[in-house]
Design a protein around this ligand. Structure first.
Ligand code: ZN
Length: 464
Protein backbone atom coordinates (compact mmCIF):
# COMPACT_ATOMS: atom_id res chain seq x y z
CA UNK A 1 0.00 0.00 0.00
CA UNK A 2 0.99 3.58 -0.52
CA UNK A 3 0.01 6.46 1.73
CA UNK A 4 0.58 10.17 1.31
CA UNK A 5 2.61 11.29 4.29
CA UNK A 6 2.22 14.94 5.25
CA UNK A 7 5.59 14.73 7.02
CA UNK A 8 7.46 14.08 3.77
CA UNK A 9 4.88 15.50 1.33
CA UNK A 10 5.22 12.25 -0.60
CA UNK A 11 3.30 9.11 -1.32
CA UNK A 12 5.24 6.40 0.46
CA UNK A 13 5.10 2.65 0.62
CA UNK A 14 3.36 1.72 3.85
CA UNK A 15 5.52 -0.42 6.12
CA UNK A 16 4.06 -1.06 9.58
CA UNK A 17 6.35 -1.26 12.62
CA UNK A 18 5.14 -4.77 13.40
CA UNK A 19 4.28 -6.79 10.28
CA UNK A 20 0.56 -7.32 10.00
CA UNK A 21 -0.34 -4.80 12.69
CA UNK A 22 -1.29 -1.15 12.63
CA UNK A 23 -1.31 1.27 15.50
CA UNK A 24 -3.42 4.22 14.53
CA UNK A 25 -4.41 7.37 16.40
CA UNK A 26 -6.81 10.07 15.24
CA UNK A 27 -7.67 13.28 17.05
CA UNK A 28 -11.25 13.16 18.24
CA UNK A 29 -13.80 15.83 19.06
CA UNK A 30 -13.93 18.42 21.82
CA UNK A 31 -17.21 17.43 23.38
CA UNK A 32 -19.11 20.67 23.96
CA UNK A 33 -21.62 20.38 21.12
CA UNK A 34 -22.88 18.09 18.35
CA UNK A 35 -20.19 17.58 15.77
CA UNK A 36 -20.67 19.18 12.34
CA UNK A 37 -20.35 17.52 8.94
CA UNK A 38 -16.77 18.78 8.50
CA UNK A 39 -15.80 16.77 11.59
CA UNK A 40 -17.97 13.95 10.28
CA UNK A 41 -15.84 13.76 7.14
CA UNK A 42 -12.69 13.23 9.19
CA UNK A 43 -14.24 10.61 11.48
CA UNK A 44 -15.71 8.81 8.50
CA UNK A 45 -12.49 8.77 6.53
CA UNK A 46 -10.55 7.19 9.39
CA UNK A 47 -13.36 4.73 9.99
CA UNK A 48 -13.26 3.68 6.34
CA UNK A 49 -9.46 3.48 6.37
CA UNK A 50 -9.58 1.26 9.39
CA UNK A 51 -12.12 -1.00 7.68
CA UNK A 52 -9.91 -1.15 4.60
CA UNK A 53 -6.76 -1.99 6.59
CA UNK A 54 -8.70 -4.79 8.26
CA UNK A 55 -9.95 -5.96 4.86
CA UNK A 56 -6.31 -6.13 3.76
CA UNK A 57 -5.58 -8.41 6.70
CA UNK A 58 -4.04 -6.04 9.21
CA UNK A 59 -4.82 -6.19 12.89
CA UNK A 60 -5.65 -2.57 13.62
CA UNK A 61 -5.64 -0.90 17.02
CA UNK A 62 -7.44 2.37 16.61
CA UNK A 63 -7.50 5.08 19.26
CA UNK A 64 -9.59 8.24 18.99
CA UNK A 65 -9.65 10.57 21.98
CA UNK A 66 -12.31 12.78 23.49
CA UNK A 67 -11.14 16.22 24.58
CA UNK A 68 -13.37 16.48 27.62
CA UNK A 69 -11.85 19.48 29.34
CA UNK A 70 -11.38 22.72 27.44
CA UNK A 71 -12.39 26.41 27.47
CA UNK A 72 -15.34 25.72 25.18
CA UNK A 73 -16.69 23.03 27.49
CA UNK A 74 -16.21 25.23 30.56
CA UNK A 75 -17.96 28.16 28.87
CA UNK A 76 -20.85 26.04 27.75
CA UNK A 77 -21.22 24.64 31.27
CA UNK A 78 -21.33 28.19 32.69
CA UNK A 79 -23.96 29.21 30.14
CA UNK A 80 -26.14 26.25 31.04
CA UNK A 81 -25.38 26.41 34.73
CA UNK A 82 -24.20 22.79 34.88
CA UNK A 83 -20.79 21.21 35.44
CA UNK A 84 -18.18 20.74 32.72
CA UNK A 85 -18.44 17.02 33.32
CA UNK A 86 -22.18 17.07 32.62
CA UNK A 87 -21.55 18.82 29.32
CA UNK A 88 -18.77 16.47 28.23
CA UNK A 89 -20.67 13.33 29.24
CA UNK A 90 -23.73 14.46 27.37
CA UNK A 91 -21.86 15.20 24.15
CA UNK A 92 -19.85 12.00 24.30
CA UNK A 93 -23.14 10.15 24.33
CA UNK A 94 -24.39 12.30 21.43
CA UNK A 95 -21.14 11.64 19.56
CA UNK A 96 -21.80 7.91 19.67
CA UNK A 97 -25.37 8.40 18.47
CA UNK A 98 -24.34 10.54 15.50
CA UNK A 99 -21.32 8.40 14.67
CA UNK A 100 -23.54 5.32 14.76
CA UNK A 101 -26.03 6.84 12.36
CA UNK A 102 -23.16 7.62 9.96
CA UNK A 103 -21.90 4.04 10.08
CA UNK A 104 -18.78 5.04 12.02
CA UNK A 105 -17.67 2.17 14.24
CA UNK A 106 -16.42 2.72 17.75
CA UNK A 107 -12.65 2.98 18.04
CA UNK A 108 -10.92 0.27 20.06
CA UNK A 109 -10.22 2.87 22.70
CA UNK A 110 -11.82 6.29 23.20
CA UNK A 111 -9.65 7.74 25.98
CA UNK A 112 -10.68 10.90 27.79
CA UNK A 113 -8.35 13.61 29.06
CA UNK A 114 -9.91 13.65 32.51
CA UNK A 115 -9.08 9.95 32.90
CA UNK A 116 -5.45 10.56 31.97
CA UNK A 117 -4.38 13.61 33.95
CA UNK A 118 -1.87 11.58 35.95
CA UNK A 119 -0.15 10.36 32.76
CA UNK A 120 -0.18 13.89 31.35
CA UNK A 121 1.50 15.27 34.48
CA UNK A 122 4.19 12.57 34.29
CA UNK A 123 4.76 13.47 30.64
CA UNK A 124 5.15 17.17 31.44
CA UNK A 125 7.53 16.39 34.30
CA UNK A 126 9.72 14.44 31.88
CA UNK A 127 9.77 17.38 29.47
CA UNK A 128 10.82 19.79 32.25
CA UNK A 129 13.46 17.33 33.42
CA UNK A 130 14.91 17.13 29.90
CA UNK A 131 14.96 20.91 29.54
CA UNK A 132 12.18 21.19 26.93
CA UNK A 133 9.65 22.92 29.17
CA UNK A 134 9.59 25.62 31.83
CA UNK A 135 7.23 26.65 34.58
CA UNK A 136 6.15 30.20 35.31
CA UNK A 137 3.66 31.00 38.08
CA UNK A 138 1.73 27.79 37.79
CA UNK A 139 1.75 27.56 33.98
CA UNK A 140 4.07 25.21 32.13
CA UNK A 141 5.17 25.97 28.56
CA UNK A 142 6.95 23.97 25.92
CA UNK A 143 10.11 25.76 24.82
CA UNK A 144 10.06 25.49 21.00
CA UNK A 145 13.58 26.90 20.67
CA UNK A 146 14.92 23.79 22.42
CA UNK A 147 13.40 21.35 19.93
CA UNK A 148 15.50 21.62 16.81
CA UNK A 149 12.97 19.96 14.49
CA UNK A 150 10.15 22.35 15.38
CA UNK A 151 8.31 23.16 12.14
CA UNK A 152 9.11 19.91 10.35
CA UNK A 153 5.47 18.99 9.75
CA UNK A 154 4.43 22.44 8.59
CA UNK A 155 7.72 22.66 6.67
CA UNK A 156 8.60 26.09 7.98
CA UNK A 157 11.54 27.39 9.98
CA UNK A 158 11.11 28.85 13.42
CA UNK A 159 11.55 32.34 11.90
CA UNK A 160 8.87 31.74 9.29
CA UNK A 161 6.52 30.32 11.87
CA UNK A 162 7.10 33.26 14.16
CA UNK A 163 6.38 35.73 11.37
CA UNK A 164 3.11 33.93 10.63
CA UNK A 165 2.03 33.38 14.20
CA UNK A 166 -0.72 35.37 15.77
CA UNK A 167 1.12 36.56 18.83
CA UNK A 168 -0.76 35.72 21.95
CA UNK A 169 -0.40 38.40 24.59
CA UNK A 170 1.40 36.68 27.38
CA UNK A 171 4.25 38.31 29.25
CA UNK A 172 5.46 34.99 30.63
CA UNK A 173 6.29 33.11 27.47
CA UNK A 174 9.89 33.18 26.26
CA UNK A 175 8.83 32.85 22.64
CA UNK A 176 5.41 33.60 21.14
CA UNK A 177 5.31 30.07 19.67
CA UNK A 178 5.80 28.42 23.06
CA UNK A 179 2.58 26.66 23.99
CA UNK A 180 0.94 25.71 27.26
CA UNK A 181 1.37 22.18 28.56
CA UNK A 182 -0.29 23.01 31.85
CA UNK A 183 -2.54 25.93 32.72
CA UNK A 184 -2.83 27.28 36.25
CA UNK A 185 -6.42 27.10 37.50
CA UNK A 186 -8.64 30.13 37.18
CA UNK A 187 -11.45 30.59 39.71
CA UNK A 188 -14.56 28.42 39.05
CA UNK A 189 -12.76 26.04 36.74
CA UNK A 190 -12.30 22.31 37.12
CA UNK A 191 -8.72 21.69 38.22
CA UNK A 192 -6.32 18.97 39.31
CA UNK A 193 -3.43 18.86 41.78
CA UNK A 194 -0.01 18.99 40.14
CA UNK A 195 3.61 19.78 41.07
CA UNK A 196 2.87 23.31 39.74
CA UNK A 197 -0.26 23.80 41.80
CA UNK A 198 -3.91 23.41 40.81
CA UNK A 199 -4.51 23.52 37.10
CA UNK A 200 -5.45 21.57 33.98
CA UNK A 201 -3.68 20.24 30.89
CA UNK A 202 -3.21 22.37 27.78
CA UNK A 203 -4.77 20.93 24.65
CA UNK A 204 -1.83 19.47 22.68
CA UNK A 205 -0.29 17.40 25.44
CA UNK A 206 -3.26 15.04 25.77
CA UNK A 207 -2.70 13.39 22.38
CA UNK A 208 1.02 12.85 23.01
CA UNK A 209 0.34 11.34 26.42
CA UNK A 210 -2.61 9.17 25.38
CA UNK A 211 -1.04 7.92 22.13
CA UNK A 212 2.01 6.85 24.12
CA UNK A 213 -0.02 5.22 26.85
CA UNK A 214 -2.33 3.23 24.60
CA UNK A 215 -0.18 2.61 21.51
CA UNK A 216 3.47 3.08 22.47
CA UNK A 217 6.27 5.57 21.83
CA UNK A 218 6.24 5.25 18.04
CA UNK A 219 2.97 4.62 16.22
CA UNK A 220 2.26 3.78 12.60
CA UNK A 221 -0.38 6.30 11.64
CA UNK A 222 -1.51 9.57 13.13
CA UNK A 223 -4.42 11.30 11.52
CA UNK A 224 -6.72 14.24 11.79
CA UNK A 225 -8.38 17.08 9.92
CA UNK A 226 -6.15 19.23 7.71
CA UNK A 227 -6.64 22.17 10.07
CA UNK A 228 -4.71 20.28 12.76
CA UNK A 229 -1.33 20.21 10.95
CA UNK A 230 -0.30 23.42 12.65
CA UNK A 231 -0.06 24.00 15.49
CA UNK A 232 -1.69 20.90 17.01
CA UNK A 233 0.21 18.10 15.27
CA UNK A 234 3.43 20.08 15.08
CA UNK A 235 3.21 20.46 18.84
CA UNK A 236 2.37 16.80 19.36
CA UNK A 237 5.53 15.87 17.44
CA UNK A 238 7.62 18.30 19.49
CA UNK A 239 6.29 16.98 22.82
CA UNK A 240 6.53 13.29 21.98
CA UNK A 241 9.88 13.32 20.22
CA UNK A 242 11.45 15.60 22.85
CA UNK A 243 10.23 13.18 25.50
CA UNK A 244 11.30 9.88 23.89
CA UNK A 245 13.98 10.83 21.38
CA UNK A 246 12.15 8.57 18.90
CA UNK A 247 9.88 9.32 15.94
CA UNK A 248 6.31 9.81 17.14
CA UNK A 249 4.33 8.66 14.09
CA UNK A 250 5.68 7.21 10.85
CA UNK A 251 2.79 8.37 8.66
CA UNK A 252 0.80 11.57 9.12
CA UNK A 253 -2.51 11.56 7.24
CA UNK A 254 -4.73 14.61 6.90
CA UNK A 255 -8.24 14.99 5.56
CA UNK A 256 -9.14 17.86 3.22
CA UNK A 257 -11.55 20.65 4.03
CA UNK A 258 -15.27 20.48 3.56
CA UNK A 259 -16.79 23.63 2.08
CA UNK A 260 -20.46 24.48 2.15
CA UNK A 261 -21.86 25.92 -1.11
CA UNK A 262 -18.29 26.80 -2.07
CA UNK A 263 -17.68 28.72 1.13
CA UNK A 264 -15.50 27.74 4.02
CA UNK A 265 -17.46 26.63 7.06
CA UNK A 266 -17.28 29.37 9.63
CA UNK A 267 -18.98 30.67 12.71
CA UNK A 268 -19.52 34.09 11.13
CA UNK A 269 -21.28 32.68 8.05
CA UNK A 270 -23.27 30.40 10.31
CA UNK A 271 -23.13 27.73 7.61
CA UNK A 272 -22.47 24.81 9.93
CA UNK A 273 -24.58 21.71 9.51
CA UNK A 274 -24.78 18.82 11.90
CA UNK A 275 -25.56 15.28 10.74
CA UNK A 276 -28.88 15.60 12.60
CA UNK A 277 -29.87 18.57 10.45
CA UNK A 278 -28.93 16.65 7.30
CA UNK A 279 -30.92 13.66 8.53
CA UNK A 280 -34.12 15.72 8.47
CA UNK A 281 -33.92 15.71 4.69
CA UNK A 282 -31.61 12.90 3.63
CA UNK A 283 -30.69 9.39 4.59
CA UNK A 284 -27.30 9.72 6.30
CA UNK A 285 -25.88 6.88 4.26
CA UNK A 286 -26.08 9.31 1.32
CA UNK A 287 -23.82 11.66 3.27
CA UNK A 288 -21.35 8.84 3.82
CA UNK A 289 -21.47 7.93 0.12
CA UNK A 290 -20.93 11.57 -0.82
CA UNK A 291 -17.95 12.01 1.51
CA UNK A 292 -16.24 8.84 0.31
CA UNK A 293 -16.88 9.59 -3.35
CA UNK A 294 -14.04 12.12 -3.22
CA UNK A 295 -10.41 11.46 -2.41
CA UNK A 296 -9.90 12.11 1.29
CA UNK A 297 -7.15 14.67 0.75
CA UNK A 298 -9.11 16.79 -1.73
CA UNK A 299 -11.31 19.65 -0.63
CA UNK A 300 -14.94 18.72 -0.96
CA UNK A 301 -17.86 21.00 -1.63
CA UNK A 302 -21.15 20.21 0.05
CA UNK A 303 -24.49 21.38 -1.30
CA UNK A 304 -28.04 20.10 -1.43
CA UNK A 305 -27.62 19.29 -5.13
CA UNK A 306 -24.55 17.11 -4.69
CA UNK A 307 -26.14 15.32 -1.79
CA UNK A 308 -29.23 14.57 -3.91
CA UNK A 309 -26.97 13.22 -6.62
CA UNK A 310 -25.23 11.05 -4.03
CA UNK A 311 -28.59 9.75 -2.82
CA UNK A 312 -29.49 8.76 -6.39
CA UNK A 313 -26.17 7.02 -6.94
CA UNK A 314 -26.54 5.16 -3.67
CA UNK A 315 -29.99 4.04 -4.77
CA UNK A 316 -28.41 2.44 -7.84
CA UNK A 317 -26.18 0.43 -5.52
CA UNK A 318 -29.19 -0.70 -3.52
CA UNK A 319 -31.08 -1.58 -6.69
CA UNK A 320 -28.19 -3.73 -7.85
CA UNK A 321 -28.09 -5.46 -4.49
CA UNK A 322 -31.86 -6.05 -4.43
CA UNK A 323 -31.87 -7.40 -7.99
CA UNK A 324 -29.11 -9.84 -7.20
CA UNK A 325 -30.86 -10.97 -4.05
CA UNK A 326 -34.01 -11.57 -6.05
CA UNK A 327 -32.08 -13.47 -8.73
CA UNK A 328 -30.34 -15.53 -6.09
CA UNK A 329 -33.62 -16.66 -4.58
CA UNK A 330 -34.87 -17.76 -7.97
CA UNK A 331 -31.70 -18.97 -9.67
CA UNK A 332 -31.19 -22.59 -10.53
CA UNK A 333 -28.54 -24.67 -8.84
CA UNK A 334 -26.58 -25.88 -11.88
CA UNK A 335 -23.00 -26.12 -13.06
CA UNK A 336 -21.45 -23.04 -14.55
CA UNK A 337 -21.42 -23.13 -18.33
CA UNK A 338 -18.10 -22.49 -20.04
CA UNK A 339 -19.30 -19.00 -20.82
CA UNK A 340 -20.33 -18.37 -17.23
CA UNK A 341 -16.97 -19.58 -16.07
CA UNK A 342 -15.48 -16.84 -18.14
CA UNK A 343 -17.93 -14.25 -16.88
CA UNK A 344 -17.18 -15.22 -13.32
CA UNK A 345 -13.49 -14.62 -13.91
CA UNK A 346 -14.30 -11.26 -15.45
CA UNK A 347 -16.41 -10.26 -12.45
CA UNK A 348 -13.74 -11.37 -10.01
CA UNK A 349 -11.19 -9.20 -11.80
CA UNK A 350 -12.99 -6.17 -10.33
CA UNK A 351 -11.77 -7.15 -6.90
CA UNK A 352 -8.17 -6.71 -8.00
CA UNK A 353 -8.99 -3.39 -9.64
CA UNK A 354 -10.73 -2.17 -6.50
CA UNK A 355 -7.83 -3.18 -4.28
CA UNK A 356 -5.25 -1.61 -6.53
CA UNK A 357 -6.87 1.86 -6.47
CA UNK A 358 -7.60 1.64 -2.76
CA UNK A 359 -4.02 0.59 -2.10
CA UNK A 360 -2.95 3.78 -3.84
CA UNK A 361 -3.39 6.21 -0.96
CA UNK A 362 -6.88 5.00 -0.21
CA UNK A 363 -8.50 6.31 -3.36
CA UNK A 364 -12.16 5.80 -2.50
CA UNK A 365 -13.22 8.00 -5.42
CA UNK A 366 -11.77 5.50 -7.89
CA UNK A 367 -12.87 2.63 -5.67
CA UNK A 368 -16.49 3.73 -5.98
CA UNK A 369 -16.07 4.23 -9.74
CA UNK A 370 -14.92 0.61 -9.98
CA UNK A 371 -17.92 -0.57 -7.97
CA UNK A 372 -20.12 1.09 -10.59
CA UNK A 373 -18.12 -0.59 -13.37
CA UNK A 374 -18.76 -3.85 -11.56
CA UNK A 375 -22.48 -3.12 -11.48
CA UNK A 376 -22.51 -2.38 -15.20
CA UNK A 377 -20.81 -5.70 -15.84
CA UNK A 378 -23.28 -7.47 -13.56
CA UNK A 379 -26.24 -5.89 -15.33
CA UNK A 380 -24.84 -6.99 -18.67
CA UNK A 381 -23.83 -10.55 -17.79
CA UNK A 382 -25.83 -11.75 -14.83
CA UNK A 383 -29.30 -12.30 -16.22
CA UNK A 384 -32.35 -14.20 -15.07
CA UNK A 385 -31.13 -17.51 -16.49
CA UNK A 386 -27.78 -17.29 -14.70
CA UNK A 387 -26.74 -20.15 -12.47
CA UNK A 388 -26.87 -19.69 -8.73
CA UNK A 389 -23.10 -19.71 -8.35
CA UNK A 390 -22.61 -16.84 -10.79
CA UNK A 391 -25.29 -14.74 -9.10
CA UNK A 392 -23.75 -15.45 -5.72
CA UNK A 393 -20.29 -14.44 -6.93
CA UNK A 394 -21.72 -11.15 -8.17
CA UNK A 395 -23.63 -10.41 -4.97
CA UNK A 396 -20.75 -11.34 -2.69
CA UNK A 397 -18.40 -9.15 -4.67
CA UNK A 398 -20.76 -6.20 -4.51
CA UNK A 399 -21.25 -6.56 -0.75
CA UNK A 400 -17.54 -7.11 -0.18
CA UNK A 401 -16.44 -3.94 -1.94
CA UNK A 402 -19.22 -1.72 -0.64
CA UNK A 403 -18.85 -3.19 2.85
CA UNK A 404 -15.22 -2.04 3.01
CA UNK A 405 -16.54 1.50 2.65
CA UNK A 406 -19.30 0.91 5.17
CA UNK A 407 -21.96 1.16 2.45
CA UNK A 408 -25.01 -1.05 1.82
CA UNK A 409 -24.51 -2.13 5.39
CA UNK A 410 -27.70 -0.80 6.94
CA UNK A 411 -28.85 -4.17 8.21
CA UNK A 412 -25.49 -4.95 9.74
CA UNK A 413 -25.28 -1.51 11.29
CA UNK A 414 -28.79 -1.86 12.71
CA UNK A 415 -27.75 -5.15 14.29
CA UNK A 416 -24.62 -3.54 15.71
CA UNK A 417 -26.64 -0.72 17.18
CA UNK A 418 -29.01 -3.20 18.76
CA UNK A 419 -26.04 -4.94 20.38
CA UNK A 420 -24.56 -1.65 21.61
CA UNK A 421 -27.91 -0.69 23.12
CA UNK A 422 -28.17 -4.02 24.94
CA UNK A 423 -24.64 -3.63 26.30
CA UNK A 424 -25.49 -0.20 27.59
CA UNK A 425 -28.64 -1.55 29.23
CA UNK A 426 -26.56 -4.27 30.90
CA UNK A 427 -24.03 -1.71 32.16
CA UNK A 428 -26.86 0.28 33.69
CA UNK A 429 -28.31 -2.86 35.28
CA UNK A 430 -24.94 -3.59 36.85
CA UNK A 431 -24.64 -0.03 38.11
CA UNK A 432 -28.08 -0.45 39.66
CA UNK A 433 -26.93 -3.76 41.15
CA UNK A 434 -29.69 -5.54 39.24
CA UNK A 435 -27.50 -8.56 38.53
CA UNK A 436 -30.36 -10.77 37.44
CA UNK A 437 -31.24 -8.40 34.60
CA UNK A 438 -27.55 -8.01 33.73
CA UNK A 439 -27.20 -11.78 33.43
CA UNK A 440 -30.35 -12.05 31.36
CA UNK A 441 -29.00 -9.47 28.93
CA UNK A 442 -25.69 -11.31 28.79
CA UNK A 443 -27.56 -14.50 27.79
CA UNK A 444 -29.59 -12.58 25.24
CA UNK A 445 -26.38 -11.29 23.68
CA UNK A 446 -24.92 -14.78 23.74
CA UNK A 447 -27.88 -16.01 21.73
CA UNK A 448 -27.06 -13.38 19.13
CA UNK A 449 -23.55 -14.79 18.97
CA UNK A 450 -22.03 -11.83 20.78
CA UNK A 451 -19.13 -12.38 23.14
CA UNK A 452 -18.51 -9.74 25.80
CA UNK A 453 -15.15 -8.87 27.28
CA UNK A 454 -14.85 -6.60 30.30
CA UNK A 455 -11.67 -4.57 29.89
CA UNK A 456 -10.20 -1.59 31.71
CA UNK A 457 -11.47 0.48 28.75
CA UNK A 458 -15.03 -0.70 29.29
CA UNK A 459 -16.93 -3.50 27.63
CA UNK A 460 -15.76 -4.72 24.24
CA UNK A 461 -17.66 -7.14 22.10
CA UNK A 462 -17.18 -9.36 19.10
CA UNK A 463 -19.21 -11.89 17.20
CA UNK A 464 -18.37 -15.51 17.85
ZN1 ZN B 1 -4.62 15.49 18.80
Amino acid sequence: MKLYNTLTRKKEKFIPITPGEIKMYACGPTVYNYFHIGNARTFMVFDAMRRYFEYRGYKVTFVQNFTDIDDKIINRAKEENVTALQISEKYIEEYFKDAGSLGIRRADIHPKVTDNVKEIITFIEALIEKGFAYEIVGDVYFDVSRFKDYGKLKKQSLEELQAGARVEVNEHKKNPLDFALWKAAKPDEPSWESPWGLGRPGWHIECSAMAQKYLGETIDIHGGGGDLVFPHHENEIAQSEACTGKPFANYWLHVGYLNIDNKKMSKSLNNFFTPREIAEEFDLESLRFFMLSAHYRNPLNFSREVLSAAANALERLYNAKNNLQYLLENAEEKDLTAEENNLQKQLLSYRGKFVSVMDDDFNTADGIAIIFDLIRAINTYVLSDASKELVKTALDLLLETTGVLGLLAKEEEALNQEVEALIEKRQQARKDKNYQLADEIRDQLKEKGVILEDTSQGVKWRRS
